[in-house]
Design a protein around this ligand. Structure first.
Ligand code: NAP
Length: 355
């Protein structure tokens, strides 16, 4: 039965996670790339539910380190069996290692960082030839998570940078310009991505589908640098730009428009066209939007300024999970404007949602 029939659950900082039919238990998984940033966190995500996964075969060349295993309880560790396998060896060799270790699985989670040699659709092709097998693909952005290796963790470098600058008593400098400073980007925390991987594997409706993975709220570099300063208690920052910049720091904002809408709206051919449309609309178009102050109506492209977007973290954290597909709401708004006599009728019945 789908997880939609069961209440949402919380695990530490991870909120609104799906829960599943309690009858779904005693499953076995093979996790390839178990020591990596994704692989280790899928192991953590699977072990987060006491009875669902009874056994996890953890595959990689090197073993899980003592330090990384210390993130798990003894009971969780007892459900893991590491098998040392090199995926660049022959199929026979890999099969033998799995057989010798007595491995079997209901699900395979693949996160070993090697590219398939025989083309992009290897997984889909295999599943098509073996109809009892299904696939799903989860696609994160840059991953946030701790592993036994320092690589593949973009934010680690900034932590090191802050520590070193504080030690040297030198300011924190942001190396980019205004656009990235306030630009909100999505990030993918490894463990949330791997709860998503478990959900995609267990949900009937997710068979043979791909999913983007993203934490929820977006993060801009200014928020991140202030976090760096706060957490290191090293508040010394240095920015270019200063008095000409919107917030008194960072480079000034420039709105660069190659063809402003206001300019277009003031062209005689534009106003003439609207008048013709009104005359031919059988009373549908009732307002001459070009008659008043064109700055009022045609200032929309101010929003081309990359000034950042709002975070919805707080709203979600306080429990509001509602969302709307913006392309659908724009469509509905156009339909309403049409009723107000300011737009001709839409040519289609529905929007194409952002999915
Ligand atoms: N990290 C990111 O920011 C990011 C973002 C988007 C997508 N991805 C995708 O996520 C997938 C996993 O990446 P990751 O970042 O989690 O990788 P990772 O942290 O580098 O881990 C790779 C894992 O694969 C194992 N491995 C590598 N070569 C192997 C081999 N020949 N035989 C057996 N095991 C091998 C490694 O262990 P050993 O070295 O011990 O064998 C390690 O456990 C990749 O497909 C990547 O493209 C990653």
């Amino acid at each position: 039965m789908s997880s939609s029939q069961y209440p949402l659950r919380q695990s530490g900082i991870f909120r609104n996670l799906p829960s599943f039919d309690p009858a779904l238990k005693g499953l076995k998984a093979i996790v390839c790339g178990a020591t990596g940033i994704s692989g280790f966190h899928v192991i953590k995500a699977l072990l987060d539910t006491p009875d669902r996964w009874s056994k996890i075969y953890a595959l990689s060349r090197s073993p899980l380190s003592k330090e990384i295993l210390a993130f798990l309880t003894e009971e969780q560790r007892s459900r893991i069996q590491h098998i040392s396998i090199d995926f660049s060896s022959s199929g026979e060799q890999i099969a033998k290692s799995l057989k010798d270790a007595g491995a079997s699985a209901d699900y395979v989670f693949y996160y070993a960082y090697i590219s398939p040699k025989a083309g992009k659709n290897l997984l889909e092709d295999f599943c098509q030839e073996n109809s009892e097998t299904d696939w799903s693909i989860v696609m994160p952005t840059a991953i946030v998570g701790a592993t036994q290796y320092p690589s593949m963790n973009m934010f680690l470098s900034f932590g090191v940078y802050t520590a070193v600058q504080a030690h040297k008593k030198e300011p924190l400098r942001f190396g980019g310009d205004w656009a990235p400073w306030q630009f909100n980007a999505g990030h993918s925390t490894a463990q949330l991505t791997d709860y998503l991987s478990e959900w995609a594997a267990l949900e009937e409706q997710c068979k043979n589908q791909r999913f983007n993975a993203q934490d929820g709220g977006l993060l801009s570099w200014d928020r991140f640098y202030h976090k760096l300063a706060h957490e290191s208690k090293y508040q010394v920052m240095d920015f270019a730009g200063r008095k000409d910049a919107p917030l008194g720091h960072g480079p000034p904002l420039n709105l660069r428009l190659s063809y402003p809408l206001v300019k277009w709206s003031e062209e005689p051919s534009t106003t003439k066209a609207w008048e013709e449309m009104m005359a031919q609309s059988n009373g549908q178009l009732q307002k001459n939007l070009f008659a008043g102050n064109s700055q009022d109506v045609f200032m929309g492209n101010f929003s081309f300024l990359p000034f950042g977007t709002f975070s919805t973290n707080k709203t979600r954290r306080f429990g509001f999970c509602g969302c709307v597909d913006t392309l659908e709401s724009i469509f509905e708004m156009y339909q309403q404007i049409e009723k107000l006599g300011m737009l001709p009728p839409m040519k289609v019945d529905a929007a194409r949602p952002l999915i």
